[in-house]
Ligand binder design. Sequence first.
Ligand SMILES: [Fe+2]
Length: 284
Amino acid sequence: MIALYDVCYVRLGTRDLDTAARFATEVLGLEVAERGRQSLHLRSDARAHTLFYGEGDPAAQAVGFEVRRQEELDAAGTVLEALGHAVRRGTGAECAERRVRDFLAFRDPSGNAIELAWRPEQGPGHYRGSRDAGITAFSHVGLCSTDPARDEHFWTEVCNARVSDRIGNAPLLRIGQVHHAIALFPSPRPGIQHVNHQVESGDDVMRSFYLLRERGIPVVFGPGRHPSSSARFLYFEGPDGMVFEYSCGVRLIADELLYRERQFPFANSGFCQWGAAPRIREFQ
Ligand SMILES: [Fe+2]
C-alpha cells in the first residue's frame, strides 16, 4: 500500500503569469517564495512552497503528496507499474523546482497528474502573507473523477486514504487526521476541481467574503458550512477558472477505530447546512 503522509503542493499552468501572481498575492494572500521568468513559487504555511504556477497550458496541473521514506517511492513505483500506470522519476532539475529530494509522477485512474514527493523543504522562516487573509495552511484538493467508485478504490486500496464521508458518490478522503485531504467529484474530465487553504477563524472567512465582493472576484459558493467536515467555507474563482476555497474549523478524526463514514445527499443540503447554493459545476 502506498503510504501518503500529506498533500504538499499543487502545480497549475497559466497563460498569464502576471495575472496569476497578482491574484495569488493581492487576493488569495499567499507569499511569493520565488518569481522566475516563467514560474512562480508561493507559500501558504511553513513549507518552502505549496502552490506553483508555471507559464503554459492551464491544463498542465499536478498535485504532490508527501511520502516519508525513499524506499516507499521505489515500492510505490513497482505497485503502480504492476497496475498499468506509467511511472516517471523526476529529474534533478524537476526535483529542484519542486523543492523536494526525489519524486515519482503518474496519473490516477481518471488521468489526474499525481506526484509522490520525498522530503519537501520547509521554510525559510514563517510564512508571511501578502495580505492578512488569516491563512494557516494549504490543506486539501478537490479532484475531478470520471468514475468516483473506481477512484475511491484506487485512493483507499492502492493508497492509504480512508473515506471520511460521502456526498452522493463523491468521497471525502483523509490521509491524516484532517477530515479530508482529497475530495473526488464526478466530472466528465480529469482536473483539479478546487484548491483549499485553511484560515484561522470564521472572521477571516467573512472578511475575505466582503473583500472579494468589493474587488469583483466571483464568489461561487458560500459563505456556508459543510455538514460533513463542519468547516465554514467560501469558494471563489481565480485565474484560468480555478476555484479556490478558504475554510476554517475542519473536523479532525483522531479515533480511526471508532469513526464511521456518513452519507450525505448530493444536493445543496449535502454541501451546505446554512442553505447556500453552489455555482460550481461539479457540486450541482
Ligand atoms: Fe474543499
